[in-house]
Ligand binder design. Sequence first.
Ligand SMILES: Nc1ncnc2c1ncn2[C@@H]1O[C@H](COP(=O)(O)OP(=O)(O)O)[C@@H](O)[C@H]1O
Ligand SMILES: [Mg+2]
Ligand SMILES: [Zn+2]
Length: 257
Amino acid sequence: MDKLELNPHSKIKNIIAVMSGKGGVGKSSVTALLAASLAREGYQVGIMDADITGPSIPKIFGIHEGLTTKDDEIFPPLTKSGIKVVSVNLLLANEDDPVIWRAPILNNTVQQFFKDITWGELDFLVIDMPPGTGDVAITVLGMLPLTGIVMVSSPQELAQMVVRKALKMSEKMGTPILGLIENMSYAVCPHCGEKYEIFGPSNGQALADDFQINFLGALPIDPVLAKLADAGQIEDYPGLNQINLGKVIATILQTNN
Ligand SMILES: Nc1ncnc2c1ncn2[C@@H]1O[C@H](COP(=O)(O)OP(=O)(O)O)[C@@H](O)[C@H]1O
Ligand SMILES: [Mg+2]
Ligand SMILES: [Zn+2]
């Protein structure tokens, strides 16, 4: 597959796809946290919501305005901290309208998001992938000039199995894997501070070792994160500085270059 080229109004240094085997493990949350912490580090950041049938990025950031056009250009709206966001939800008349499109249209939409939007100069474009290894994932991995993939897993057996499939797909398609992050790894009791491994013992490090990729860290199940995401205020998450996914990724990329 030939890689797509950006329009003359856009220049992007690093393109990172956030991927998981299945839905519900926190792909969109990790996408949002990564983008928000990169923005906090001072980088110019965009998010492309490639989960066309399950878009959640605008909601997590509390964005309600749509894309705007001027002459032949299409401009994305900005989040509070200045992240450019493109999502199918910004095109719908009603944010809870379902997207009932067949695969060729889904694939086209993702390609247009990439090449027809005026992204301007970005240090990072973070892509929230649809769950799994389906058609749109093949398009993103095959046709976009990705810098690398951040894989999200959770300690559940099923999530582990499907994440292995996603890792193998990335290997097959020759896309570098920047690392694995284990989400919902544990919860902390608010009374005594004890850690509980609710979805079973953490196995992200072992999985990363198995595939010889970086283990980026483990995120706890945090009610504050869920609440802020629901309220469209993920950029205010106090854990952003502690985890600082943005710094972790920027450091990995500097070492790779
Ligand atoms: N670490 C976490 N702590 C608490 N809630 C979380 C965490 N990660 C994700 N969630 C919540 O779980 C749900 C699914 O997460 P989401 O990021 O939408 O997953 P995906 O994009 O993989 O389907 C969301 O309601 C989200 O707010
Ligand atoms: Mg999602
Ligand atoms: Zn306790």
